[in-house]
Ligand binder design. Sequence first.
Ligand code: ADP
Ligand code: ZN
Ligand code: ZN
Length: 739
Amino acid sequence: MPYAEVAVDAPIRGTRTFTYSIPPEMTVAPGQMVQVPFGPRMADGVVMRLSEATTIDPVKPIARADELGPVLDPEQLDLAGWISDYYLSPLYDALTLMLPPGSRGRTVTLVLRPDAEALAGVSSALRERILAQFPGRRQRLREDILRRRLGQGDQHSLDRLLRRGTLTRAWLWRRLTSPATLEAVQPGPEPQEGEPPFRTTPEQSHALEEIAAALGARSYKAFLLQGVTGSGKTEVYLQALAACIAGARRGIVLVPEISLTPQTVRQFQARFPGQVAVLHSRLSPSEHRSAWWGITRGQYQVVVGSRSALFAPLRPLGLVVLDEEHEWTYKQHDRDPRYHARTVAQRLAQQVGATVVLGSATPDVAVYHRAALPTTSGRLTLLELPQRIGGHQATPMPLAQVEVVDMRRELREGHRGIFSRRLQRALQETLGRGEQAILFINRRGESGIVQCRDCGHVMRCAGCDVPLTYHSATDRLVCHQCNRRRLPVARCPKCRSPRIRRLGLGTQRVVAELEALHPGVAVLRWDRDVAAGLQAQDGVLERFARGEAQVLVGTQMVTKGLHVPSVTLVGVVLADIGLHLPDFRSSERAFQLLCQVAGRAGRGGVPGTAIIQTYRPDHYAVALAAHQDYGGFYRNEIAFRRRQRLPPFSRMVRLVYAHTNAALAEREAARMGRALRQQQQAWGLEEVELMGPAPAYPLRVRGRYRWHILLRGPGPRLLLDKVEVPDGWVVDVDPISVV
Ligand code: ADP
Ligand code: ZN
Ligand code: ZN
């Protein structure tokens, strides 16, 4: 009898599958969705492999097989296996990235109407409550609904009745898609002529020649395309896609969700009319279904989308583009699998012999390092577009004039407000001319970092060189990497000034001071506290773009507002908050943000001004961003990473445990720390550095206390694989940040 190895939808870390027999009347194939008995319940699964024999006895049969047949091809199964193994996530979670929309949770658990006889032994009150849930001739009810209606008090009784068989369950399997959905997939329009390409500049031509050669070779190759905004990267993507399509293959373009605007999409649709599918998280379920099935049926040559569009069923795949490859949103950080689209894109491209193009003005330092290396297996080929394109049609985009204001000096000269005199004057002028301004804090709300207002010195851990943060509950400065603690200082250890204290500034305070300075000015505030959903966020930006307010105040998100042409002033109210987060990537991130600010203020002919306020004007991330000097920044940053053995000179795994009970969270973290240290000694794995457990930053998020442990070294998995990581721990391989 043939057997199937099935990935089951259950919280099991790693690539483990379960063996089931295939009933004689059933045909299943790898890549097909199935429903299988799993413990006392039924569960969704995907067939990974078939086999002729098994040592398992007795083996349970597959309950149902999906009528659509296989929906994943062998390459996708292989990629899901790789993701699950590399990122230590449940195999089924990795498969879900690739399954058709609506595949999650197809199994529905029902409770059948009990007959009066079966309930004979149950107290009459409970019997009444249960039967009341089955009004009229109702025969069955979803278990989750039944539980919700009965309420907390009856859960135990319900469990008991189900265990005894007094109440019985049945399972449904939702259909994945109705025939109507499949019919709704219209055959796309015949490709007409699209918009013609530009005549390329010599730099664009060179980049395109290299990319075309790689496409022609049909073996894996990856490029880093570096060029500031407006240097013609998108045109390179468009012509690379054309070359890919000319070779009878197809292409995926990934764009950060926040940049996936109608204008961006239109650029691709205009060049390839009727051949572009768009995938992102704001699609309605039916839009998503029709795009996905359309792609499966070979209707589109190009897919444009955010992170997860990488898994679109577009075949044969010749090209994957990641625009703004340095953006952190390419890493899925909030659920398993915690994959990075850049890493997975390269793995996928290796599998199918495709070309990868990573584009950025400010590449991730680890990525640039691979392009700068002489030769290694992981090498990237660097292509540069050093200049902005002026000329016809192109909007000339002058760089903003960037000014760095030394807040230490403001203070020395008696100015204690959050706006420097320079920023105040610039605001006055901008508002006076009827133009718009953006005030930007590159981190939300409070930060516990302690900084001297006279010399800019930041208190750091003696062990890890990470900024310490102040915890008022214990009145200590704490290292969020190694948990080293010390007493707060009354005077700056460097300059003896008594003005050394916590750094923190919220958008609310900025709005209040602004209104005090300019009574009656229309201000919009835009941060995560204000904008719960994407919908609300779009609303704020549209209102600002329509001129409903003259000033927009907010965190990272307001950088999207840099596209609004009438914005001529951008003020970074306090660059230091982002600069000194207890995270090894804080300088890199601050540099990227400040570059983006400097690169964008003022468009459409009106030159803009960017004013960066800081207590550390000498910090390399600030000074070099002001000059848009990526090369200079890279050299500083890579030296720091090498010194501190940080990526790309080591690999990291972060373990996070969170619980509403503070003591319990700390205890479990300590237990895990001990278990890891024991194994480290037992196996002599000194090359894996073990940091923590330490409180995460911030310690408390949505009512849960968070502790973390960092593993760092050439192969942190060597150690991690030696311990059992219980449920409740988050395992983050190659974490994008450690706060
Ligand atoms: P990036 O993606 O680097 O921001 P784009 O590709 O969008 O840059 O190019 C910026 C502007 O220059 C766009 O308006 C684009 O249409 C125009 N452009 C790009 N390539 C050329 C070219 N070879 N000749 C003329 N204009 C071009
Ligand atoms: Zn000082
Ligand atoms: Zn430390």
